[in-house]
Design a binder for this molecule. Structure first.
Ligand code: SPV
Ligand code: MG
Length: 277
């Protein structure tokens, strides 16, 4: 029996969450020891050959997530982008997620259709009141008492600074968000550390150290961060591995050389429970 997402995020010990973009990557992450999964908008879209800007419909993404929750018992935090529309859409999304056994959603305070936070282009933010309404409607819609709604603050990404990020986080927390995700595209982690120092653990905070990966994890743990998401590393690892192997097979016109470098068929069968009835 796995712990519920709410318990994992609210416990004293930090929770490490790995990205999953399909059922297989979820199983591999779980076998590595991850207790929870991030259903990443970026990586799920990428596996469809689509950009991270709501080109995949929300029901297409939900179908992928359902394959994950059917396959592994560990809880999934769903990347709900901006909620795929207005507060009404967030309400419907949360109801559907609860029906499909997804234990949490993260919604971000940008405009629909969103664009990936690392693209370096303008990232307009939604008015605070409108985002608070999304949070309230999302919380009202949950049919699982433990469902976790994470409010993602994009003020630092949009270049508005720490004051705006903290103001927004306060308002989102007041509106009923269970946790705050504070995001940054800077490589030194400094603004995240400052945010954590000033936030003083008013409610759980989740971070995504993709760009500031060189900042020691210990600095975030010391500041009582609730969860750390490694948001795209499983897909990026598979891209490198696939490219290296397919390049070599194409050049050598043979698979003999690479046979020992790739997963065996037995390993594949084990992952899909082939030997079960
Ligand atoms: C995702 O994984 O889709 C995220 C994280 O939202 S980021 O790509 O950093 O925006
Ligand atoms: Mg995303």
């Amino acid at each position: 029996m796995s712990d519920r997402l709410r318990q994992l995020i609210c416990r004293d010990e930090v929770l490490y969450i790995m990205e999953a973009h399909n059922a297989l990557s979820a199983k591999i992450a779980v076998e590595s020891g991850f207790e929870a999964l991030w259903a990443s908008g970026l990586t799920i879209s990428a596996t469809m050959g689509l950009r991270d800007r709501n080109e995949a419909s929300w029901t297409q993404v939900l179908d992928v997530v359902e394959m994950i929750t059917d396959f592994v018992p560990q809880p999934v935090l769903f990347d709900g982008d901006t909620g795929f529309g207005d507060a009404n859409n967030v309400s419907r999304l949360v109801r559907k997620l609860c029906q499909r056994n997804v234990q949490g959603v993260c919604i971000e305070d940008k405009l629909f259709p969103k664009q990936n936070s690392f693209l370096g282009n303008a990232q307009p933010l939604l008015a605070v009141e409108d985002f608070c309404e999304k949070i309230k409607r999302g919380k009202d819609a949950q049919t699982d008492d433990d469902f976790v709604l994470v409010a993602r603050v994009e003020a630092l990404i949009a270049g508005h600074g720490l004051g705006e990020a903290l103001d927004r986080a306060f308002r989102y927390h007041e509106s009923g968000a269970d946790a705050i995700l504070i995001h940054s595209k800077k490589s030194d982690g400094e603004e995240i550390l400052q945010f954590l120092d000033r936030w003083r653990n008013r409610c759980p905070v989740i971070i995504v150290p993709t760009k500031y990966h060189a900042t020691p994890t210990k600095l975030f743990v010391e500041r009582d961060v609730a969860a750390i998401i490694w948001a795209n590393h499983s897909l990026r690892a598979s891209i490198s591995a696939m490219r290296s192997i397919t390049d070599q097979i194409c050049r050598g016109r043979s698979v003999t050389e690479i046979e020992t470098r790739i997963a065996s068929l037995e390993q594949l069968f084990q992952l899909t429970n082939e030997s079960s009835a």
